[in-house]
Write a protein that binds this ligand. Structure first.
Ligand SMILES: NC(=O)c1ccc[n+]([C@@H]2O[C@H](COP(=O)([O-])OP(=O)(O)OC[C@H]3O[C@@H](n4cnc5c(N)ncnc54)[C@H](OP(=O)(O)O)[C@@H]3O)[C@@H](O)[C@H]2O)c1
Length: 334
């Protein structure tokens, strides 16, 4: 009897201790920010000519970080306005993420201008987007997308990782909902962003032992808040098709699909605050999240459910759209 009582007591003490340790850990985790201001720390951001990268660079500059702002066109309007609106701590670097030479030159500049606490974070933000059905695309379309969005992030990460590891800092990757949400027209983009997430996930596991934290940002539709939407007409798409494809596809459908795509992007967020706040959190919080999913409340419910639903059901969601049915009737019809 005494035995049972003793075992009961031990189990009780263990449980209470476990709960206390858990609560204590939660309290410690609540420390909001590890870098209260950025003084003494540097951050490298790619794709700062416009959009999220541009805005993040300005925010981190205001927080006192030394910002190395990678720009595709350092003499362009975006880079010039960024420089003029920032402190002298923000340095514009020429950085085409598809170029080994640019990345190595950028690394040299960063190393020569590092503040005392080193390179705290790399934000792999540079990217492009486009839409096309897979059957309309060429292998070059896929190469171009993957070269910038995926290999650009890998190239930059490999080059700067030793500096970030030395600072026990942060690696942040710009992904998208299209890394897990597969739908019409986003084949090349989805391939590139799913690759980015695979790379970031593997990096997170490898870097955990060295105190480097890795975060993935997954924005939904922020097409109106940045320059990401590639404006093109149905004629542009049509003219890219070779004769064989022109025989197969219906020009009228392409016109309809282009209008539909552009109207969808207009329903997105008008400003980038949600994304910028998530990026800031990933760079400065004591406990950044592994993933930041950023979408409207309705979309959030669907995306949270998505991994648990059978593929047959998630594929069937598209059949609810009137556009999907029109496509079935019109796509190949002349
Ligand atoms: N906006 C959205 O709805 C959304 C949603 C999900 C994910 N994202 C992702 O967010 C990231 C930032 O995009 P954004 O929306 O801010 O669009 P954005 O305004 O077009 O910004 C992308 C930036 O990347 C630059 N860039 C393009 N090719 C490059 C290269 N080869 N090397 C270096 N920089 C390059 C662009 O330069 P130029 O301006 O000179 O072309 C631009 O500054 C991208 O990775 C994108 O896929 C955006």
């Amino acid at each position: 009897m005494n035995h049972i009582f003793l075992i009961g007591q031990i189990i009780g003490i263990f449980s209470v201790s476990a709960v206390l340790i858990f609560l204590l850990a939660k309290l410690v985790c609540r420390q909001p920010v590890i870098v209260p201001d950025g003084h003494g720390y540097a951050v490298l951001i790619t794709g700062c000519d416009s959009g999220f990268g541009h805005q993040l660079a300005r925010c981190l500059d205001h927080k006192g970080f030394v910002v190395f702002a990678g720009c595709l066109c350092p003499e362009g309007a975006g880079a010039l306005s960024l420089q003029s609106q920032s402190s002298r701590n923000l340095k514009i670097l020429k950085l085409d993420v598809t170029s080994d030479h640019d990345v190595q030159q950028a690394k040299k500049t960063v190393q020569e201008n590092l503040p005392e606490r080193g390179l705290w974070a790399v934000v792999n933000n540079a990217g492009i987007s486009d839409w096309a059905e897979i059957e309309w695309s060429t292998i070059e379309d896929f190469h171009n997308m993957v070269d910038i969005n995926l290999f650009g992030s890998i190239r930059t990460s490999i080059a700067f990782l030793p500096l970030v590891r030395a600072a026990k800092g942060r690696m942040v990757f710009m992904s998208s909902i299209f890394s897990f949400f597969y739908c019409l027209n986003m084949g090349a983009y989805s391939v590139s962003k799913r690759g980015v997430e695979a790379f970031a996930d593997c990096l997170r596991v490898e870097m955990a032992s060295f105190g480097v934290k890795v975060s993935i940002i997954q924005p939904g539709n922020f097409g109106r808040a940045t320059n990401i939407v590639k404006m093109k007409t149905a004629y542009d798409i049509w003219e890219k098709l070779d004769d064989d494809r022109k025989q197969r596809f219906n020009q009228q459908y392409i016109k309809l699909a282009n209008e539909y795509f552009l109207s969808t992007t207009k329903s997105g967020f008008k400003d980038a605050d949600l994304v910028i706040n998530a990026m800031l959190h990933a760079v400065t919080a004591a406990n950044p999240k592994h993933r930041y999913l950023l979408a409207s409340s309705m979309d959030m419910c669907f995306f949270k459910l998505l991994p648990f639903l059978p593929t047959t059901l998630t594929d069937a969601v598209f059949t609810l759209s009137s556009m999907y049915n029109k496509r079935k009737e019109m796509l190949y019809a002349k």
